[in-house]
Write a protein that binds this ligand. Structure first.
Ligand code: PLP
Length: 448
């Protein structure tokens, strides 16, 4: 066994790690990964939401080899660019919600969000509105880990870093099951969410807000689809104050919700789209900021005046990453992956919903191929398990023992299987989960 003491693990319970040890994975095939002892795991989380066309898709491997042989790497500064980066920018505009626009390449989703905030600040300063800097996101949202994108993320753990930075504000989380008041209809709840947003805008001053960022479905917040009518209302409010809507499609983009973009699923007309993750199906780190026509014009005006946009990443627009992204997008679209997501959606959601019959499943929720089971101690009162029980970790660890990778997110278990998942594999996921949940729930009975 390899000793991993030299590794500093991020987003890992380090005490737990001491007890359980790390899982060193060395191989993958289809939707399965294998650890160093040869144990096989069905990865129902597509890696981290991203490995959707299969870990060993032959077209992806072939295109990487070819691109490495042809041109192994180059930057995109000073007007230089590789051909795959140009073709990828064209492709992203073609499949985006925009008829025209521009694309800026990064290495990750965090950097893409960070870049967008700087871009908005840059535009507003050049427009003579330097005070227009504040960013609104939502409580429970996840936008990344850089100082800016972590400030956008609406999770309490960022206080460990003294974040958020000044001017990052979080509006209410539109999770009806959890935050709806006793007797409040979903429609009334949505109106309350809209009021919360509008109150923030008015309190902060509309002229001080640079943009509103939202994931169409909150992913790392625990898979939270918006309440009914939420995005229609939000867009009406933002238009009223001329605040740009930035759709963080890092998880939802490229098919996860059953459409190419989560924005299509929820009728969002964004000004900017943030893409990453499935863009290369996990074969390369790559993110993209896709600017619509209006933002492109503003960006070009500002850049002409300032002479340049003083921003960029050494490996942004890497030719191998871009060639892989072009291939992944082609596979997702032309190998009918989104059709498979749609075909599987009722089986997946039906499987999740069945668990609502278990004693400790409070809510089964999701859309497309992203779903979560929220666990509660008491279903009627929705009372959570005591933190010391670590219910999410318990279930996820037992799943691992049983050869299934799924992710604990607070009191929820998240599933987001790859787009190539078959009916048989879906059955394995649900059989393993059923066995695991029943076992864990019987074990915790004595602790509550
Ligand atoms: C919606 C969303 N935005 C941004 C990010 C950050 O992306 P990265 O981890 O590539 O920096 C994530 C990562 O999970 C995400 O889910």
């Amino acid at each position: 066994m390899i000793n991993t003491d030299s590794v500093l693990h991020g987003f890992t319970d380090l005490k737990n790690l001491d007890d359980l040890g790390p899982i060193v994975l060395n191989q993958a095939k289809g939707i399965y990964v294998y650890d160093q002892s040869g144990k096989k795991y069905l990865d129902a989380n597509s890696g981290l939401w991203n490995s959707v066309v299969g870990f060993d898709h032959p077209r992806m491997i072939e295109v990487a080899k070819k691109q490495y042989e042809k041109f192994s790497g180059y930057h995109s500064f000073f007007g230089r660019i590789s051909e795959p980066a140009v073709r990828l920018a064209d492709k992203l505009i073609e499949i985006s919600p925009f008829s025209r626009g521009k694309v800026f390449f990064t290495n990750s989703g965090s950097e893409a969000n960070d870049t967008t905030v700087k871009l908005l600040w840059f535009i507003n300063r050049r427009k003579g509105k330097p005070q227009r800097r504040k960013i609104i996101t939502r409580i429970n949202s996840y936008h990344g880990v850089t100082a800016v994108s972590a400030s956008m993320t609406g999770k309490p753990y960022n206080s460990e870093f003294g974040l958020p930075l000044e001017g990052f504000i979080h509006s209410a989380c539109p999770h009806y099951w959890k935050f709806g008041h006793e007797g409040e209809s979903e429609e009334a709840f949505t109106i309350r969410m809209g009021e919360d947003l509008e109150n923030i805008i008015q309190k902060e001053g509309p002229e001080s807000i640079a943009g509103f960022f939202a994931e169409p479905v909150m992913g790392a917040g625990g898979v939270i689809p918006p309440s009914q009518g939420y995005f229609d209302l939000v867009q009406t409010i933002l238009k009223r104050y001329d605040i740009p809507f930035i759709a963080d499609e890092v998880i939802c983009g490229f098919g996860r919700t059953g459409n190419l973009w989560g924005s299509q699923t929820y009728n969002i007309q964004p000004d900017i789209v943030i893409a990453s993750k499935c863009i290369t199906s996990g074969f390369f780190p790559l993110g993209a900021v896709i600017l619509g026509e209006r933002m492109t014009q503003q960006m070009m005006d500002a850049s002409y005046e300032a002479e340049e946009f003083f921003h960029g990443f050494t490996a942004g627009g890497h030719p191998v990453g871009c060639a892989l992204a072009l291939e992944a997008i082609d596979i997702i679209i032309n190998e009918k992956m989104i059709e498979n997501v749609r075909r599987l959606e009722p089986i997946f959601m039906g499987g999740l919903k069945k668990f609502e019959g278990l004693d400790h499943i409070g809510e089964a929720r999701g859309v497309g191929l992203m779903g979560a089971l929220e666990m509660v101690q008491d279903k009627k009162s929705k009372k959570s398990f005591d933190g010391s029980i670590s219910i999410g970790e318990r279930v996820a660890n037992k799943c691992i023992e049983n050869g299934l990778i799924c992710r604990p997110l607070g009191p929820s278990i998240v599933l987001c299987p790859p787009f190539i998942t078959t009916d048989d594999e879906m059955e394995i996921i649900f059989d393993t989960l059923d066995k695991t949940l029943k076992k864990v729930f019987s074990e915790v009975k004595s602790l509550i």
